[in-house]
Write a protein of this length. Sequence first.
Length: 145
Amino acid sequence: MGAPLHGGVSFLLLGGARRCHRPKLLSFQPRPVPIAMAKSSRAPSAPLTFDLPESLVEKIEVLRRERGLKSVSEVVRLAVDEFDFTRCEFATDPFRQISVRIGTAQRGLLKRVARQKHASVGEVLRRAVEALPVKAAGAKKSSAR
Protein backbone atom coordinates (compact mmCIF):
# COMPACT_ATOMS: atom_id res chain seq x y z
CA MET A 1 0.00 0.00 0.00
CA GLY A 2 2.63 2.53 1.04
CA ALA A 3 5.98 2.68 -0.69
CA PRO A 4 9.02 3.44 1.49
CA LEU A 5 11.16 6.33 0.32
CA HIS A 6 14.44 7.69 1.62
CA GLY A 7 14.70 8.51 5.34
CA GLY A 8 12.24 5.77 6.36
CA VAL A 9 9.15 7.88 5.47
CA SER A 10 6.36 6.19 3.57
CA PHE A 11 3.62 7.81 1.50
CA LEU A 12 0.10 6.52 1.18
CA LEU A 13 -1.89 7.31 -1.95
CA LEU A 14 -5.48 8.32 -1.19
CA GLY A 15 -8.30 9.39 -3.44
CA GLY A 16 -9.60 6.23 -5.12
CA ALA A 17 -9.80 5.57 -8.84
CA ARG A 18 -11.66 8.73 -9.90
CA ARG A 19 -9.94 10.59 -12.66
CA CYS A 20 -11.32 14.02 -11.85
CA HIS A 21 -9.69 14.30 -8.43
CA ARG A 22 -6.06 14.56 -7.87
CA PRO A 23 -4.89 11.93 -5.37
CA LYS A 24 -3.68 13.19 -1.98
CA LEU A 25 -0.38 12.14 -0.52
CA LEU A 26 -0.20 11.64 3.24
CA SER A 27 3.12 11.02 4.91
CA PHE A 28 3.55 8.90 7.99
CA GLN A 29 6.46 7.63 10.06
CA PRO A 30 6.58 3.91 10.70
CA ARG A 31 6.30 3.06 14.40
CA PRO A 32 9.37 1.53 15.98
CA VAL A 33 8.91 -2.10 16.90
CA PRO A 34 9.69 -2.69 20.58
CA ILE A 35 12.51 -5.14 21.13
CA ALA A 36 12.27 -7.36 24.18
CA MET A 37 15.47 -7.13 26.21
CA ALA A 38 16.69 -9.58 28.80
CA LYS A 39 15.63 -8.56 32.27
CA SER A 40 18.38 -7.74 34.73
CA SER A 41 18.51 -9.93 37.81
CA ARG A 42 19.50 -6.90 39.91
CA ALA A 43 17.45 -3.91 40.92
CA PRO A 44 18.45 -0.64 39.22
CA SER A 45 21.40 1.06 40.86
CA ALA A 46 22.72 4.60 40.99
CA PRO A 47 26.24 5.89 41.68
CA LEU A 48 27.12 6.87 45.24
CA THR A 49 30.31 8.85 45.85
CA PHE A 50 31.94 9.15 49.26
CA ASP A 51 35.38 9.65 50.82
CA LEU A 52 37.28 6.82 52.47
CA PRO A 53 40.76 6.69 53.95
CA GLU A 54 43.32 4.94 51.73
CA SER A 55 43.65 2.11 54.26
CA LEU A 56 39.94 1.28 53.91
CA VAL A 57 40.12 1.42 50.10
CA GLU A 58 43.00 -1.08 50.29
CA LYS A 59 40.95 -3.32 52.61
CA ILE A 60 38.06 -3.25 50.13
CA GLU A 61 40.41 -4.38 47.37
CA VAL A 62 41.78 -7.23 49.54
CA LEU A 63 38.22 -8.33 50.39
CA ARG A 64 37.26 -8.22 46.72
CA ARG A 65 40.12 -10.54 45.76
CA GLU A 66 39.69 -12.87 48.77
CA ARG A 67 35.97 -13.35 48.17
CA GLY A 68 36.20 -13.53 44.40
CA LEU A 69 33.95 -10.51 43.86
CA LYS A 70 33.99 -8.70 40.53
CA SER A 71 33.90 -5.09 41.72
CA VAL A 72 34.30 -2.68 44.60
CA SER A 73 30.54 -2.09 44.36
CA GLU A 74 29.92 -5.77 45.18
CA VAL A 75 32.10 -5.46 48.31
CA VAL A 76 30.16 -2.38 49.44
CA ARG A 77 26.78 -4.05 48.74
CA LEU A 78 27.93 -7.09 50.75
CA ALA A 79 29.02 -4.86 53.65
CA VAL A 80 25.66 -3.05 53.66
CA ASP A 81 23.73 -6.34 53.51
CA GLU A 82 25.68 -7.94 56.37
CA PHE A 83 26.14 -4.98 58.74
CA ASP A 84 23.81 -4.68 61.75
CA PHE A 85 22.88 -1.00 61.67
CA THR A 86 20.56 -1.36 64.69
CA ARG A 87 23.51 -1.93 67.02
CA CYS A 88 25.92 0.74 65.79
CA GLU A 89 26.13 4.23 67.17
CA PHE A 90 27.68 7.15 65.37
CA ALA A 91 29.43 9.64 67.59
CA THR A 92 29.27 12.90 65.72
CA ASP A 93 30.11 16.32 66.91
CA PRO A 94 27.78 18.77 65.16
CA PHE A 95 29.55 21.30 62.97
CA ARG A 96 28.90 25.03 62.98
CA GLN A 97 30.27 27.46 60.46
CA ILE A 98 32.15 30.49 61.76
CA SER A 99 33.87 33.36 60.02
CA VAL A 100 37.18 34.77 61.25
CA ARG A 101 39.65 37.38 60.07
CA ILE A 102 43.26 36.35 59.51
CA GLY A 103 46.15 38.03 57.73
CA THR A 104 47.38 37.11 54.29
CA ALA A 105 50.52 35.46 55.71
CA GLN A 106 48.49 33.10 57.92
CA ARG A 107 46.02 32.41 55.10
CA GLY A 108 48.93 31.52 52.80
CA LEU A 109 50.43 29.27 55.49
CA LEU A 110 47.12 27.42 55.94
CA LYS A 111 46.70 26.92 52.20
CA ARG A 112 50.28 25.71 51.78
CA VAL A 113 50.03 23.23 54.69
CA ALA A 114 46.66 21.97 53.43
CA ARG A 115 48.16 21.36 50.00
CA GLN A 116 51.25 19.63 51.44
CA LYS A 117 49.20 17.43 53.77
CA HIS A 118 46.46 16.70 51.20
CA ALA A 119 43.84 18.15 53.54
CA SER A 120 41.34 20.95 53.50
CA VAL A 121 42.06 24.35 55.03
CA GLY A 122 39.21 23.66 57.48
CA GLU A 123 40.82 20.42 58.62
CA VAL A 124 44.17 22.16 59.15
CA LEU A 125 42.45 24.91 61.16
CA ARG A 126 40.56 22.35 63.29
CA ARG A 127 43.84 20.61 64.13
CA ALA A 128 45.47 23.92 65.11
CA VAL A 129 42.57 24.93 67.39
CA GLU A 130 42.33 21.43 68.93
CA ALA A 131 46.05 21.60 69.79
CA LEU A 132 45.67 24.78 71.85
CA PRO A 133 45.80 23.91 75.56
CA VAL A 134 42.89 25.12 77.69
CA LYS A 135 44.16 26.98 80.74
CA ALA A 136 42.93 26.11 84.19
CA ALA A 137 40.26 28.35 85.73
CA GLY A 138 41.69 31.51 87.25
CA ALA A 139 44.83 31.50 85.11
CA LYS A 140 45.99 34.78 83.64
CA LYS A 141 44.91 35.47 80.02
CA SER A 142 47.61 36.09 77.45
CA SER A 143 47.41 39.13 75.22
CA ALA A 144 45.81 38.66 71.79
CA ARG A 145 48.09 38.69 68.76
